[in-house]
Design a protein around this ligand. Structure first.
Ligand SMILES: NC(=O)c1ccc[n+]([C@@H]2O[C@H](COP(=O)([O-])OP(=O)(O)OC[C@H]3O[C@@H](n4cnc5c(N)ncnc54)[C@H](OP(=O)(O)O)[C@@H]3O)[C@@H](O)[C@H]2O)c1
Length: 335
């Protein structure tokens, strides 16, 4: 079977394409023939050595993948041959609050990921993929979709709420889709003129180009008659948080998710205090949340927005495409 590894050196061009024996599932484990994987910004950080100093190399990268169950080990009760499944981002965060142990069970980071033709999972580390989705569509769900679902579900967003999303990456486009499902109005930013129309087609009520309007926080206030948005899905980090604090309403919410502009910088915390804001750190989500999200996706026949699909042999080109930032939604690898 074929796989890719981060060997001794970091960098997309240094990814090693390997070949080995198909692994066998032990007791309680499931062997999955992978069919598709999707890319997240985090995968770029991992592959470039910017994610964590604690990574154990060699490491199979990527957290998000789907496939078909081909063999089950002794004692497996949850799955049978032919089941269509996705791996959960945290293999050991099943439900409730995240624990220190569960946070060290992330695929393609703390443990080997899914950029391999066959992967052995613990039976609890899988969920079924919604019946109307292809393997490629299902592969977009474990990290980006679940993060967006979690970010919205902790904030009391309801019909009539206003949600602000930043940029057109995986998490933001899923946030736009889930906010629309919840009946909310969505304001979306992008730095790319060519993506403005697609944001509207995907359901954004208003689009703000943050290059043409660097004061996008002021524009968000204008678009809410000075009140501010109910929720900002904050994927920008240090470079956008100050403006997100300005754009949100009194007693509003900010879901803190990403670091697209960097993780260090000066941010004035006073607006959070004076506005009585809730700042909620979001770290993907549990298996229970994943199953709940899939029920909503299935009920509403929601389809993930896929930017492009690359073959397994072109995995490095797929990563470079993500790095280029021209994508809208998810970049997928088909096995
Ligand atoms: N906490 C968690 O559990 C979690 C989970 C998933 C992701 N994340 C983090 O969330 C962030 C987004 O991840 P992703 O996978 O969705 O990324 P992605 O798909 O690579 O999205 C990148 C997009 O972000 C936009 N962008 C770049 N700079 C921006 C800026 N200054 N202001 C606004 N938008 C900007 C661009 O959109 P335009 O071209 O439209 O401007 C770009 O295409 C990353 O930092 C990632 O590490 C965290």
């Amino acid at each position: 079977m074929k796989f890719y590894l981060i060997g001794g050196d970091f960098g997309i061009d240094r990814l090693v394409a390997g070949q080995g024996e198909i692994p066998r599932p032990g007791p309680g484990q499931v062997l999955v023939r992978m069919k598709a994987a999707s890319l997240n910004y985090r995968d770029l950080l991992v592959i470039e050595g910017k994610y964590s100093r604690k990574l154990h190399l060699p490491l199979v990268p990527l957290s998000d993948g789907t496939g078909e169950v081909v063999e089950t080990g002794d004692g497996v009760s949850l799955w049978k041959q032919g089941d269509r499944v996705a791996g959960t981002f945290f293999q050991e965060w099943l439900s409730g609050e995240i624990t220190p142990g569960a946070s060290l069970s992330a695929l393609g980071g703390a443990i080997n990921g899914v950029l391999a033709e066959y992967v052995v999972f613990d039976q609890q580390g899988l969920v079924s993929i919604p019946g109307h989705l292809s393997f490629e569509e299902g592969a977009t769900l474990p990290c980006a979709a679940l993060t967006a679902w979690h970010a919205l579900s902790v904030t009391g967003i309801r019909p009539g709420s206003t949600v602000l999303t930043l940029g057109t990456g995986g998490v933001s486009i899923f946030s736009l889709q889930f906010a629309r499902l919840a009946g909310a109005r969505v304001l979306s930013t992008t730095g790319s003129e060519s993506k403005e129309g697609r944001l509207k087609e995907t359901g954004a009520a208003e689009v703000i180009n943050y290059r043409k309007e660097p004061d996008w926080d002021r524009r968000a206030l204008e678009l809410t008659d000075g009140r501010g948005v109910d929720l900002v899905v904050e994927v920008g980090g240090a470079g956008t948080l100050g403006k997100s604090l300005n754009a949100v309403r009194m007693s509003g919410h900010i879901s803190l998710i990403g670091v697209l502009t960097g993780s260090t910088g000066e941010v004035n915390p006073l607006p959070a205090v004076m506005k009585s804001l809730s700042l909620h750190g979001i770290y993907v989500g549990s298996r229970e949340m994943f199953a709940e999200m899939n029920r909503a996706i299935e009920l509403h026949h929601m389809r993930p927005v896929i930017d492009s699909v690359f073959p397994f042999s072109e995995a490095k080109a797929a990563l470079r495409h993500l790095q280029g930032g021209s994508h809208f939604g998810k970049v997928v690898i088909s096995f």
